[in-house]
Design a protein around this ligand. Structure first.
Ligand SMILES: [Zn+2]
Length: 538
């Protein structure tokens, strides 16, 4: 970064240095101060637009860690915790968690430079430290994480056969809920101040609640009480709805996560997610077609087709040009206990000739660089209006329901495969295949979920097709067939419908003992109030 300067420039430079020192600035525009409890250190920075990037090697080495290069990018390790990142994604991966950066890291002369948010996200996970950047004085401060204690309020009420436990928290906390026989444990990952040590309740399902350290143990009145957990924002609340479920079969190990109430197995409720909306317009075609409008037009038709042909209950995550956050979209699906989730998008490419469709399912690691790039583009959505604004960007981390997601990856992969195969049948669409990528909108979905990029809106030919009624109808037919195929395949596999070889259509079986659904984990935020439901026509 530092090239020798001609000698005649030195006096001028010296003056500048003095002036900079007087102003309290660091002297070199390519340098910043790293401030740790051990003292100050000068580190190299790079700039792109308004963004400051720090030399990952210099900062991490100063903090006692290591940086290594691999084929996909770099790996940073501190205290045996490793984060991986590359120049093609603004997400770094730490264990099963993602660190979000405002811009993807840079490679400067082969050395990695990252936004300060990387250090904050990584240090909080690797060393209980946090980082903050003061851009005026160009000081990157690293200090011990100040965990403020969060107050918890506890309430329980039984209304219409459901006991609702509401934990109201004074701040955001990470937590995990574990189901045992006759008990739920809420494990808070940050210190909490409990409202009481132990309390008994005169409630049909809740016998006792006890706080021990950062754990809240809720004792149930019987082992057949089942629950649904979800979170609400403003103020932050964790809600556990408890009700009487089916008695567990003898000898069956109880699931370790919150179980969904016993429902009719099969694919009955489908959530269709028209990508983008409101100020988040998505990609824009050369003739001006906006992705948010293209997805809305297509999804309206798709919802009609699915409810008419599959007699499914179809829910759209938005029905107008409104801004719905990515978290809310899966939260809606979870809230409606959807059996299937399909997010619909139009692709964008820098390359002019790119065409065809692509289908994705969730993974924390993209299957290739282009998949990663697609995820970056789609993930770049702002929080919906009403969220607490840009002040708490550090809280924008993804909440991963790892257990829940893992159990649906196989089904999501099958569903994505069906979608891609049907899209490939549409003539003229190149097979771009099924891919895995860390799409934020698929994170937190507690059902099989996929994302389809129907066509390249940035390609003038495809943009024109997307606008045409004929092409829209063809895509709707293809997607409806794909959902039908997946539904039949899934319901056959779980024994809800019996395959009838000589006949083209399968008949619903009566009296079969279908296995219960895969257990689901707690859902995320509350649904938007603007959603509407398209119910099955009688
Ligand atoms: Zn999109």
């Amino acid at each position: 970064m530092n090239r020798p300067l001609p000698k005649r420039l030195l006096p001028t430079l010296l003056l500048a240095v003095v002036a900079a020192l007087l102003l309290g600035q660091s002297m070199n525009p390519n340098q910043a101060t790293l401030r740790t409890p051990a003292g100050d250190k000068t580190v190299t920075i790079a700039r792109q637009g308004n963004q400051t990037f720090f030399s990952a090697e210099e900062v991490v080495t100063a903090l006692g860690g290591t940086v290594t290069k691999d084929t996909n990018g770099w790996k940073v390790t501190i205290n045996n915790v490793t984060a991986a990142f590359g120049t093609d994604s603004r997400f770094a991966v730490v264990r099963e968690d993602l660190i979000e950066m405002p811009l993807a890291p840079l490679s400067v002369d082969g050395h990695p430079f990252v936004a300060w948010q990387f250090f904050n996200g990584f240090l909080s996970r690797a060393s209980d430290q946090e980082a903050a950047f003061d851009p005026v004085n160009r000081v990157l401060s690293v200090r011990v994480l100040q965990r403020s204690v969060v107050n918890v309020q506890f309430s329980v009420a039984n209304v219409q056969g459901i006991s609702k436990i509401v934990l109201t928290l004074s701040g955001l906390v990470d937590y995990a809920i574990v189901k045992e026989a006759s008990a739920y444990t809420v494990h808070f990952k940050t210190p909490v101040k409990p409202p009481f040590g132990e309390q008994t309740f005169d409630d049909p399902y809740v016998a006792k609640a006890a706080f021990t350290g950062n754990d809240l143990r809720i004792l149930l009145t019987s082992p057949d009480v089942v629950g649904d957990a979800y979170r609400l924002d403003n103020p932050f609340r964790i809600v556990l709805d408890l009700r009487k479920g089916a008695a567990p079969a003898p000898g069956v190990v109880p699931p370790t996560v919150v179980t969904r109430p016993v429902e009719q197995p099969g694919i009955h409720t489908i959530v269709i997610d028209p990508g983008h909306g409101g100020t988040q317009v998505g990609a824009i075609g050369p003739a001006g077609l906006m992705e948010k409008d293209a997805t809305m037009a297509l999804c309206r038709k798709l919802a009609d087709a699915l409810s008419a042909k599959l007699h499914a209950r179809v829910i759209l995550t938005r029905t107008d040009d409104s801004l719905v956050s990515l978290d809310q979209r899966t939260a809606i699906a979870n809230q409606y206990k959807a059996d299937l989730f399909l997010s619909v998008h139009m692709n964008a490419a820098v390359v002019k000739g790119a065409k065809g469709s692509e289908t994705y399912f969730l993974s924390l690691e993209a299957s290739d660089e282009l998949a990663k790039r697609a995820a970056d583009v789609e993930n770049a959505a702002p929080k919906a209006a009403g969220a607490s604004g840009g002040a708490n960007e550090g809280d924008l981390k993804l909440i991963l329901w790892d257990l829940a997601q893992q159990s649906y990856l196989n089904e999501s992969s099958r569903f994505a495969q069906d979608v891609q195969e049907e899209m490939n049948r549409i003539s003229g669409i190149t097979n771009r295949g099924v891919k895995q990528a860390p799409f934020k909108v698929l994170v937190g979905a507690t059902m099989p979920a996929a994302l389809v990029e129907v066509a390249f809106i940035t390609n003038p030919d495809e943009e024109a097709r997307i606008k045409s009624e004929d092409f829209q109808n063809t895509v709707v037919d293809a997607l409806t067939t794909a959902v039908q195929r997946y539904k039949t395949d899934y319901e056959t596999r779980i024994g809800v419908i019996q395959p009838v070889p000589p006949q083209p259509t399968a008949l619903p079986a009566t009296g079969t003992s279908a296995p219960a659904k895969t257990p689901a984990a707690p859902t995320t935020t509350a649904p938007a109030t603007t959603i509407t439901t398209t119910r099955t026509k009688p």
